[in-house]
Design a protein around this ligand. Structure first.
Ligand code: GTP
Length: 345
């Protein structure tokens, strides 16, 4: 069996973070996101992976190459114009000859994909959709299934008042090749809005596999931050990732306070009096005297001047936060942003 990862979306809801860095490779705990998915797929015993790209494909291909470094075979498809989730699957038709595992390239999960595949093989539907229960289902696709797991309805991104359940489409599917025949040969089409509802309408068998494992998408800054909390708290494990030669970090242990949940990449310089709690710092960050970083994610090469305070915020690459500045909860800075001394954001 092969797996196809849908990784060609524009990631508009993750701007400004996903402007220079396509969403599938934004760093999660300093690891390009797709590694988490490739690792999950490998654990399910699948080693042939198709990456379906459209937005900034070269940046993604440069990281993953032909996959041999990660013990998998990676092939690519590329749409000049994005064809939507189903259109992207259709664009890979010449690489697909069997039942296929399809994943949205922006979901972080501990779901055992082998179990999902067994479930699909055992029941023999045309499509199996992994579903998850979430606290706030607004903004997701709702899936309603009967007691045997047979899908009864899809409601894509209902308005808040129309939310009737808490079970959502988790963006992971097992599809028979016959699904390809339901997708137009050209133009954009969506699984969620068009193909799956049409399948139900025509009486095709679509099963839901409800995962109880950790599940979180990274489609918006708040969700991206939440995924980091999932990792730092140990609710989801880090994938096997090829080791890089990281330069050592530099700080005097007795003079700084860095809690055990925080993750710092190599080359960081942390000055005395700094407090870092529940946060991730990328490579080569510099945090100066008395600064505080709490519940935040900071990408590589960023400089935090003395006594700045950063809470529940996300900072892109090579930002500069001035002395005494305060970044309050919900701040999101794109690459190379500059916050002047004593500003309040
Ligand atoms: P937004 O622009 O913020 O809505 O994000 P998105 O473009 O990623 O769309 P969405 O979250 O609905 O996409 C779900 C998954 O499908 C993501 O992993 C996308 O990368 C992927 N995807 C969405 N549209 C396309 C497309 O046209 N082509 C390909 N190859 N993948 C797509």
């Amino acid at each position: 069996m092969k797996a196809l990862i849908l990784a060609g979306g524009k990631g508009a809801h993750l701007r400004p973070l996903a402007l220079q860095t396509p969403k599938p490779i934004v760093p999660l705990a300093n690891i390009p996101f797709l590694f988490f998915q490739i690792d999950r797929i490998k654990r399910a015993g699948i080693t042939e992976i198709i990456l379906s790209l459209s937005y900034q494909p070269r940046k993604i291909m440069d990281i993953f190459g032909d996959g041999t470094q990660y013990g998998v075979i990676i092939r690519y498809t590329h749409e000049e114009e994005p064809r939507g989730t189903a259109g992207a699957f259709k664009a890979a038709e010449n690489l697909i000859d069997d039942t296929t595992l399809v994943l949205n390239g922006d979901v972080l999960t501990d779901t055992d994909l082998r179990e999902v595949i067994q479930y699909h093989r055992g029941l023999g539907p045309e499509a199996t959709i992994v579903t998850a229960r979430v606290m706030n289902p607004a903004g997701y696709g709702l899936v309603e299934a009967d007691a045997e797991g047979r899908v009864l309805s899809f409601t894509e991104k209902p308005a808040e008042d129309d939310v009737t359940g808490d079970t959502i489409n988790a963006g992971i599917y097992v599809l028979e090749p016959s699904v390809l025949g339901r997708i137009q040969p050209t133009g954009p089409q969506s699984f969620e809005r068009e193909i799956f509802p049409a399948m139900l309408h025509e009486g095709a068998r679509v099963q839901a596999f409800l995962t109880r494992a950790y599940w979180q998408d990274i489609g918006s800054p708040a969700k991206y931050l939440e995924a980091h909390f999932g990792i730092m708290s140990g609710r989801v494990k880090l994938p096997a990732h090829p080791q890089r030669a990281c330069p050592p970090n530099s700080w005097e242990k007795e003079q700084v306070s860095i809690d055990r949940f925080s993750i710092l990449d190599g080359g960081c310089v942390i000055k005395p009096g700094v407090v870092i709690e529940n946060s991730v710092l990328g490579e080569d960050c510099r945090v100066e005297e008395g600064a505080l970083i709490r519940d935040s994610v900071i990408w590589s090469g960023t400089r935090i001047k003395p006594h700045a305070q950063i809470q529940r915020s996300i900072l892109g690459r090579q930002c500069h936060v001035g002395e005494g500045a305060r970044l309050r909860s919900g701040t999101v800075l794109g690459d190379k942003s500059i916050v002047s001394d004593y500003s309040i954001v």
